[in-house]
Design a protein around this ligand. Structure first.
Ligand code: CA2
Length: 150
């Protein structure tokens, strides 16, 4: 059975490509999904690609990924990055690797975006590569999986 990667997107990312293109680029979330599926296919992985504006739903999906022993989770927690102890706790409770990503370089932006709760539980963090941050996270997870199987 093909291994599954979960790619989770937090609040407002459904608007990607439709507002503030100077910050977040012109790719829509559907474009990002295509990019992720193509990259994951290189490693033989299927993808659960989801977006929610609700914190608890993101928590449920992280638990689901853990219970299904997914190959990993790529998460853009968006506005929950600097507030969500609940998402951090969910990440700490699963055994699979979680990679936090951001489209923008959050450290080059307002100081309130810098201090991520999610980073405290993430296996790795990627930010600032635009939509390519997602594909880089998939490749990074594949490198981790290869290193584990050696
Ligand atoms: O750079 C990122 O990926 C962020 O996670 C995006 C979040 C922001 O709060 C983080 O600090 C950094 C914002 C997501 C909102 O997405 C929108 C996309 C297009 C238009 C409006 C909002």
């Amino acid at each position: 059975m093909a291994q599954t990667l979960y790619v989770l997107n937090g609040p407002n990312l459904n608007l990607l490509g439709t507002r503030e293109p100077e910050k977040y680029g012109r790719a829509t979330l559907a474009d990002v999904e295509k990019l992720v599926r193509a990259k994951a296919k290189e490693f033989g992985w299927g993808v659960e690609f989801r977006q929610s504006n609700r914190e608890g739903e993101l928590v449920d999906w992280i638990q689901e990924a853990g219970a299904k022993e997914a190959v990993g989770v790529v998460i853009n927690p968006a506005g929950y990055t600097t507030t969500s102890v609940a998402i951090l706790d969910a990440i700490l409770a699963v055994k699979i690797p979680v990679v936090e990503i951001h489209i923008t370089n959050i450290h080059a932006r307002e100081s309130f975006r810098h201090d991520s709760y999610i980073s405290k539980g993430a296996r790795a963090v990627i930010c600032g590569f635009g939509a390519d941050s997602y594909a880089l996270a998939v490749a990074g997870l594949a490198a981790l999986a290869r290193a584990r199987s050696r």
